[in-house]
Design a protein around this ligand. Structure first.
Ligand code: NAD
Length: 250
């Protein structure tokens, strides 16, 4: 239905909570998946799991803040799977802290992963997409892109940057048949959110605020990403899809 057979997708941060679900969903829809993560061994474990289910998958260690590392990872996935026509920019970090106290070095380190790394990966994969006659970028932002959140001094601005980066790419690369869209998750249970809401039960109590009445799952995000990456979204370019159970309306 989604028309992803024969497509090649790259997912960054693909060993994490949301990234591994995205990799699994894209593979389940028929795409070959390049599994990239800072943690190379964890990426290999995810790729091995996909291959065990009959999918085509290749792993590569990749630090999205390092251009040489990105180039090497994309060369490895290209050798294994062919040119990519889908990139999911998902690798992200959250370093809790208010703007009044955040060291500038920490701000820069967060921006390097959450924003600059998204552009670096998009630039690096662009020649492969052009060789394929076009492509689809999906960037994971957050509801923090539009609404300030507690203890998210650097995180919220980084995600707002992602939202605009995607629209600028949509504008500049649309004529090359490369689409660029954003999925903005709300409250999703992953290692990242569990670390942020450390105390047991806090995630559950926060879920009482969500109109959908529950915390989201990585698969909720993966379903939206898979749609935007697919030819079913052929005329969707420069969009942001909130996947938050209605939390942003509260
Ligand atoms: P996670 O911590 O489970 O996974 C993040 C993954 O990114 C990890 O595997 C980590 O190794 C990898 N990573 C970190 N730095 C990297 C780098 N420099 N290069 C390559 N890989 C790197 O987090 P998650 O919750 O799955 O988050 C995935 C994305 O979703 C992030 O962009 C995050 O900001 C966003 N998000 C999450 C939530 C939530 O509630 N969990 C909400 C909104 C947005």
């Amino acid at each position: 239905w989604l028309g992803l057979a024969g497509r090649v997708a790259i997912v960054t941060g693909a060993a994490g909570g949301i990234g591994s679900a995205i990799a699994a969903e894209l593979a389940g829809a028929g795409a070959a998946v390049g599994v990239l993560d800072l943690d190379g061994a964890a990426a290999e474990a995810v790729a091995a799991g996909l291959r065990a289910q009959g999918a085509k998958a290749a792993a590569a260690a990749c630090d999205t803040t390092n251009e040489a590392s990105i180039a090497a990872a994309l060369a490895a996935t290209r050798a294994a799977l062919g040119d990519a026509d889908i990139l999911v920019n998902n690798a992200g970090i959250l370093r809790p802290g208010p703007l009044s106290e955040i060291p500038i070095a920490q701000w820069n380190a967060l921006m390097a992963v959450n924003l600059t790394g998204y552009l670096a990966c998009a630039q690096a994969v662009r020649p492969q997409m052009l060789a394929r006659g076009g492509g689809a970028l999906v960037h994971i932002a957050s509801i923090a892109a539009t609404n300030p959140q507690p203890r998210s001094g650097a995180y919220s601005p980084s995600k707002a940057g992602v939202a605009m980066l995607s629209r600028q790419i949509a504008y500049e690369w649309g004529p090359d048949r490369i689409r660029s869209n954003v999925v903005s998750p709300g409250l999703i249970r992953t290692p990242l959110s569990e670390a942020f809401y450390q105390a047991p039960g806090v995630l559950e109590r926060r879920s009482e605020m969500v109109p959908a009445g529950r915390v989201g799952t990585p698969k909720d995000i993966a379903d939206a990403v898979t749609f935007l990456a697919s030819p079913r979204a052929a005329y969707v370019n420069g969009a942001e899809l909130l996947v938050d159970g209605g939390l942003d309306q509260v």
